[in-house]
Design a protein around this ligand. Structure first.
Ligand SMILES: NC(=O)c1ccc[n+]([C@@H]2O[C@H](COP(=O)([O-])OP(=O)(O)OC[C@H]3O[C@@H](n4cnc5c(N)ncnc54)[C@H](OP(=O)(O)O)[C@@H]3O)[C@@H](O)[C@H]2O)c1
Length: 257
């Protein structure tokens, strides 16, 4: 190993977009990317939430940018990437994180529930991924990180639309990895189990449900948002240069059990 180069986890000079970066997992990933040196642009629909996040980042010494965008709307996504072109001049990292869930038994799922979940979690990923790919192909480098879920692999009750969207994300990740490899663009997914965020805060108030989750998890607890940072920085950095088309389960051992 004498004289061998050691790959870097540093992200200095890298420009990143994190969708759904105002809360939860996206907020933590944005903080992690900024901490390792990237310039980060966060998006979401709620302007106040974005401004609050950016002001909190500023207090911690991170100059994070924001732009409102609804990932289900093609015009919004196009505007978001045009804005990133102007403020960044290039795009190195897309974290496709914005997502939502509507938990219902199969027989109660309304068509509108299905459309909202699939439009946000799957169409949103497609629209943003397509914009990122155009830019990354022309610069012949880039990292796309899709946020999936254990529900992309396992089947829990009440998750018809959500599991369909996350299974789709896993497949999109592999297809994009195959299409973009010739351009040195890697595409990977992170699949968390139950992480404490606004999306799952109800579980903490429901002892029976929490007990079911905790007892099913090898590490016997829900995850913290900060525990997604390491995998995201790995996929965003040079350290993962030979990894593409993979789904990394960050799940306390849920899918190993
Ligand atoms: N928490 C978990 O246990 C868990 C487990 C596995 C996977 N995940 C996945 O991780 C991702 C983040 O989840 P989370 O728990 O952090 O959720 P969260 O706390 O509810 O945050 C969701 C983020 O996405 C944004 N968002 C939602 N719909 C959007 C839209 N149409 N356009 C743009 N932004 C939108 C939200 O901002 P606005 O509302 O302002 O738009 C917010 O910033 C999701 O893809 C989720 O499926 C979460």
């Amino acid at each position: 190993m004498n004289g061998a180069s050691i790959p870097s986890f540093k992200l200095q000079g890298k420009k990143a977009i994190v969708t759904g970066g105002s809360k939860g997992i996206g907020l933590a990933i944005a903080r992690g990317l900024a901490h390792y040196g990237a310039e980060v642009l966060i998006t979401g629909r709620n302007e106040e939430a974005l401004k609050k996040a950016v002001s909190d980042f500023k207090e911690d010494g991170y100059a994070v940018k924001w732009k409102t965008a609804d990932v289900t709307l093609k015009e919004d996504v196009e505007e978001l990437f045009s804005h990133a072109d102007k403020v960044f001049g290039k795009l190195d990292i897309l974290v496709n994180n914005a997502g939502m869930n509507i938990r219902k038994p199969l027989v109660e799922v309304e068509e509108d529930d299905w459309d909202r979940v699939l439009n946000t979690n799957l169409k949103g990923i497609f629209l943003a991924g397509q914009q990122a790919a155009k830019r990354m192909m022309s610069q012949r480098s880039g990292r796309i990180i899709n946020i999936s879920s254990i529900l992309g692999q396992v089947g829990n009750p009440l998750q018809t639309s959500y599991a369909a969207s996350k299974g789709g994300i896993n497949q999109i990740t592999k297809v994009w990895a195959a299409e973009l490899a010739d351009y040195d663009v890697t595409v990977n997914a992170i699949a968390p189990a139950y992480i404490k965020t606004p999306m799952t805060e109800g579980f903490l108030q429901d002892p029976e449900r929490l007990e079911k989750i905790v007892s099913r998890t090898l590490l016997k607890r829900m995850g913290e948002t900060e525990e997604i940072i390491g995998p995201a920085v790995f996929f965003a950095s040079d350290a993962s240069s030979y990894v593409t088309g993979q789904v990394l389960y960050v799940d306390g051992g849920w899918t190993a059990n």
